[in-house]
Design a protein around this ligand. Sequence first.
Ligand SMILES: O=c1ccn([C@@H]2O[C@H](COP(=O)(O)OP(=O)(O)O[C@H]3O[C@@H](CO)[C@H](O)[C@H]3O)[C@@H](O)[C@H]2O)c(=O)[nH]1
Ligand SMILES: [Mn+2]
Length: 327
Amino acid sequence: MWRPFFQPYHLIIVQDGDPRKTITVPDGFDYELYNRNDINRILGPKAACISFNDSACRSFGYLVSKKKYVFTVDDDCFVAKGPSGKEINALEQHIKNLLSPSTPFFFNTLYDPYREGADFVRGYPFSLREGVPTAVSHGLWLNIPDYDAPTQLVKPHERNTRYVDAVMTVPKGALFPMSGMNLAFNRELIGPAMYFGLMGDGQPIRRYDDMWAGWCVKVICDHLGLGVKTGLPYIWHSKASNPLVNLKKEYHGIHWQEEVIPFFQVVSLPKKCTTPQECYIELSKQVKEKLGNVDAYFNKLADAMVTWIEAWDELNPSEKLSNVSAV
Ligand SMILES: O=c1ccn([C@@H]2O[C@H](COP(=O)(O)OP(=O)(O)O[C@H]3O[C@@H](CO)[C@H](O)[C@H]3O)[C@@H](O)[C@H]2O)c(=O)[nH]1
Ligand SMILES: [Mn+2]
């Protein structure tokens, strides 16, 4: 299903789990395939910051990509159809979102003002109409919505059938639950902050990898004056993961986040932090300082954030970035 949309781009496939398993990629794609042996060979001891047996492993693909724009999608997500029955080109919509400005400083009630057939509404300050560069495009999902385990348990048959034809900027100062299921970003603007936190084997928490990345990314985008959009495009999420398994994975995250969110809500980064790397290192210090008392895990996560940036800078010396890759 994805071939017409993925073929023009460079694929980075991150294979989780047993590296002895071979994944066969259909012909006709320009791709790189990495398994755990490759990750260990390339990163050496720094590989410890890349999760194992968890969807967070995908951030390795962000590390090695040489492209300016990255799209990441789960392996049970397929091409959705819009209300007209036409297949949705998710990559085209994500690129449109990333190439047009965001409006984090003042909410436009007619949604995306840069979209064909829309504009800024009366009362919108002209001084703000230029907008800011867009760093993240967060897409949504038809069929199985990305719910947490408790919600999945009480609503096992709920399906998302509502196609909302809108793209909105997440306002400055507001956090949001970033799902890694259908996500694109400008790697140059925000790649170093897009670390999917340390989860999976050996860790006390899972299914908060993308959430952690989203909170870090949003406070850094707010600090650097960059935009985050959510809405179109939709993908078709084909299967629900097991809610009881998910409950075990999420359990600590569900109560920890009641202390983690207030931390992110008041985070302030010093003016001297002008790059995503500098912001991320500063954030890791504050995570250690202010969340270390929630659980020792956050000290480990703060250290992994530093290792991630060290790996990022090692693999991405000031090299030229070209255009798009899908991870
Ligand atoms: O050990 C693993 C488990 C999973 N993956 C890959 O991760 C994504 C999501 O897995 P799945 O579709 O089974 O789970 P969902 O509940 O639908 O996913 C949501 O939770 C987030 C995971 O934290 C995810 O971003 C959301 O979509 C798939 O691509 C699996 O292949 C893995 O690599 N290793
Ligand atoms: Mn899924």
